[in-house]
Design a protein around this ligand. Structure first.
Ligand code: FAD
Length: 378
C-alpha cells in the first residue's frame, strides 16, 4: 500500500505551509475570553482572506471546492504550524456544512459568508440537562405563532454561546409524535429578547461553556432549516460532521508535536531513565501510530467518495484513549518539580473532556459493537 501523497498533494501542502509561515503570528497571553475571541476573529478573517477556511465548500460560497485529501493535508499543516483553533469552529464545522446540505439559497447567502470570516460566531444548542447521549429526548419546545415560533426551554454545555450571534437549535415542534419525529432544526438569534446565557466555570478555570435559558424567544419562519418536524435528519448531518472527518487529522499532528516536546523534556531532565516513564512514552507513540492508521483508512474511504461511516467511532475512541494517556504521561514527565499550574496541567484537565464531548466513549463502544461487530443490541 502506498501511503505517500501525490506530487500535486505535496505541492498543495507546500503552498499551505508557506502561507502559514508568512501569516501566522503566535497568540499572546489573553487577559480574558473577550480578548481571546477578538484575537481569534481577526486571525480567522485573515485565514478567510487567504481562502483557507471552509476549504471543501463550493467556490460559490467562499470555499475552494477542495477534495478530502487536500482538507486533511491542510489540517495537518495547520496543526504542525502550531496555529490556534479557529474561533468560529461551530460555524465552520457544524452550522456551515448543515446549511450547505439542507439550507435554502437565501439561508446560504445570508449566513455562509459571515461564518467563514468569523464576523458572526455560531453556537450549538443541542444538549439539555436531560438530553445528552439520548439527544432525541430533548424538551425545548417551539410553539407556532404568527410568522414563526416561540421557543422555550433550557440548553447546556453550549460552547461560546456568550460570543455567538447565531445558534443551531433542536426543538420539539410536535409533542405527540414519536420522539425522533417531532423535532425541528432552527437558527436562533442569540441577541433576541428572552435569551439568558449563563457561563459555567470549568475544571480548567475557563468559562467556555454556558447554560442557555430560552423564554418565549421568537424565531421567524425562514429560520427553519430542512422541513418542519424533519430536524432529526438535519441534526444527523451536523453530528456526522462533529464526529467526522476534520478534527482527527489535526489532533494527530498536535499530539505528535506534544510527544516530541515531552520526549525532549524527559531526556533533558533525566526522567527518561525511569523505565516506567520511558514505557509510557513508547506507549503514547504506539497509540499515536494507531490513530494515524485509522486516519489513513478514513482518508481512503473519503478519497473513494464514501462517508466516514460508523468507523468514525473507532477514530473517536482511539483519539480519546491516546490523548488521555499522553496527557497523564506528561504529568509523570514534568513530575513534582513542575510549576503548580502550567500548560501540561491544563492539557491533562482538558483531556478529561475527550471521553464526553461529541458523544461519550460508552456510546462509541455501543456503535462499534452493534454496527461494526454486529453484536446484539444492548
Ligand atoms: C468539551 C465539550 C464541549 C461541548 N460542547 C457542546 C456544545 O457546544 N453544544 C452542545 O449542544 N453540547 C455540547 N457538549 C455536550 C456533549 O455533547 C454531551 O456532554 C454528550 O453528548 C454527553 O451527554 P451528557 O453530558 O448529557 O451525558 P449523559 O448522556 O447524561 O451520560 C452520562 C453518562 O452515562 C453514560 N450513558 C448514557 N447513555 C448510555 C447508554 N445508552 N449506554 C451506556 N452508557 C450510557 C454516558 O456514557 C456517560 O458516562 C459538549 C461537551 C463537552 C465535554
Amino acid at each position: 500500500m502506498d501511503l505517500a501523497f501525490s506530487p500535486d498533494e505535496a505541492a498543495f501542502a507546500l503552498e499551505a505551509r508557506s502561507w502559514l509561515a508568512e501569516h501566522l503570528v503566535r497568540p499572546p497571553a489573553f487577559a480574558d475570553l473577550d480578548a481571546e475571541i477578538a484575537w481569534g476573529r481577526a486571525w480567522q478573517a485573515e485565514l478567510a482572506a487567504g481562502r483557507w477556511v471552509g476549504l471543501w465548500w463550493p467556490e460559490a460560497y467562499g470555499g475552494r471546492g477542495a477534495d478530502p485529501v487536500q482538507v486533511a493535508i491542510f489540517n495537518m499543516e495547520y496543526a504542525r504550524a502550531g496555529a490556534p483553533q479557529p474561533v468560529n469552529r461551530v460555524g465552520i464545522n457544524l452550522a456551515g456544512p448543515t446549511l450547505l446540505a439542507h439550507g435554502t439559497e437565501a439561508q446560504k447567502a445570508r449566513w455562509l459568508p459571515s461564518i467563514l470570516d468569523a464576523s458572526e460566531i455560531w453556537c450549538q444548542l443541542f444538549s439539555e440537562p436531560d438530553a445528552g447521549s439520548d439527544l432525541a429526548a430533548l424538551a425545548t419546545r417551539a410553539t407556532p405563532v404568527d410568522g414563526g415560533w416561540r421557543l422555550s426551554g433550557q440548553k447546556v454545555w453550549t460552547s461560546y454561546a456568550q460570543a455567538a450571534r447565531w445558534g443551531i437549535c433542536l426543538a420539539r415542534t410536535d409533542a405527540d409524535a414519536p420522539k425522533h419525529r417531532g423535532i425541528s432544526y432552527l437558527v436562533v438569534d442569540m441577541q433576541a429578547p428572552g435569551i439568558d446565557v449563563r457561563p459555567l466555570r470549568q475544571i480548567t478555570g475557563e468559562t467556555e461553556f454556558n447554560e442557555v435559558f430560552l423564554d418565549e424567544v421568537f424565531v421567524p419562519d425562514d429560520h427553519l432549516v430542512g422541513g418542519l418536524h424533519q430536524g432529526w435528519a438535519v441534526a444527523n448531518t451536523t453530528l456526522a460532521h462533529e464526529r467526522g472527518t476534520n478534527f482527527p487529522f489535526k489532533e494527530q499532528v498536535v499530539h505528535e508535536v506534544f510527544l516530541d516536546e515531552l520526549y525532549r523534556a524527559a531526556a533533558a531532565s533525566g526522567r527518561l531513565d525511569d523505565v516506567a516513564v520511558a514505557d509510557d512514552l513508547a506507549d503514547a507513540w504506539v497509540r499515536l501510530r494507531l490513530l494515524r492508521l485509522h486516519n489513513f483508512r478514513t482518508l481512503s474511504r473519503l478519497g473513494r467518495g464514501e462517508e466516514p461511516g460508523p468507523e468514525s467511532s473507532w477514530v473517536k475512541l482511539a483519539w480519546t484513549d491516546m490523548t488521555q494517556h499522553l496527557s497523564s504521561t506528561a504529568l509523570d514527565v514534568v513530575g513534582p518539580s513542575a510549576p503548580l499550574w502550567g500548560p501540561w496541567e491544563r492539557q491533562w484537565l482538558w483531556s478529561q473532556a475527550a471521553s464526553i464531548a461529541g458523544g461519550t466513549s460508552e456510546i462509541q463502544r455501543t456503535i462499534i459493537a452493534e454496527r461494526l461487530l454486529g453484536l446484539p443490541r444492548g
